[in-house]
Design a binder for this molecule. Sequence first.
Ligand code: ZN
Ligand code: ZN
Length: 345
Amino acid sequence: MKALVYNGPGKKSLEEKPKPEILHPSDAIVKITKTTICGTDLHILKGDVPTCEPGRILGHEGVGIVEKVGAGVGSIKPGDHVLISCITSCGKCEPCRKGMYSHCANGGWILGHRIDGTQAEYVRIPHADTSLYPIPKGLDEDAVVMLSDILPTGFECGVLNGKIKPGDSVAIVGAGPIGLATLLTAQFYTPSKIIMIDIDNNRLEVSKRFGATDIINSTEGRATEKTMQLTDGAGVDVAIEAVGVPATFELCEEIVTAGGIIANIGVHGVKADLHLEKLWSHNISITTRLVDTVTTPMLLKTLVSKKLEPLSLITHRFKLDDIMQAYETFGKAAQTKALKVIISA
Ligand code: ZN
Ligand code: ZN
């Protein structure tokens, strides 16, 4: 089968690989129909994720049709149309029993990382019963792919951890796919203000179409001042970090109001300063989380009821044969205006 293989920092290729087989009774083999590329895949390709070894098939998002299942699989069967969660969970270990699937002792984020992933014709999914979700009839497959990772990530790490309430003022720092997924799901709770902050005017314009009440281009370094103007000098109730660099986290520290919450989503590679000399008396909370995908069933219902319409996150479509070009387009998002790309089998 064809698969996109990571061959060490800076190196990837579309290669012929053996079709995966059932290795454990809880496995399923899924024929991929749609997949996508994530910012995390670009991090792997830069060499930022040393636990991902050369030879690995990338990809942790997708939908497909179950081809076969192991003897221990109960609720998933061949022919099922399924959503593949970016998080693999056994459902039985202590973290899983706490609903913290991301820290599953037998899974977590392993797909396209420690085991072969979804940017291929077929993928092996361990713990299929608790890691695959049957797709309700009538849903657009492309929209469902957005539920593998970015929508639960934005919702759980940003919106739920940020405890957004009706009337809150919210700032989302970073208007990439994750920031936009946060923007879409924040609106479940009717905040009064959602301020999007980014350095890319195209992404800020997209944010307005997605429901942002205000946009700030932070290129000139005046994001704090502008946020204060928009909130009568108070700052925001919830500051969500959706980039993963020190400057954006420190911006959240500057714009959060007394009693507010900083919810971090970004994947940080280096330390950021914590300004306790200012924040010690401000009653703030800081939260971090890796997506658990515990809200995936709920998010599927919001797709069915059309309360969530993520299709507009998709800007480009490619065939698996052209996945190298898809990476090129996704990797140069500032020029190509790419948000999410869909790759079809
Ligand atoms: Zn991802
Ligand atoms: Zn587990």
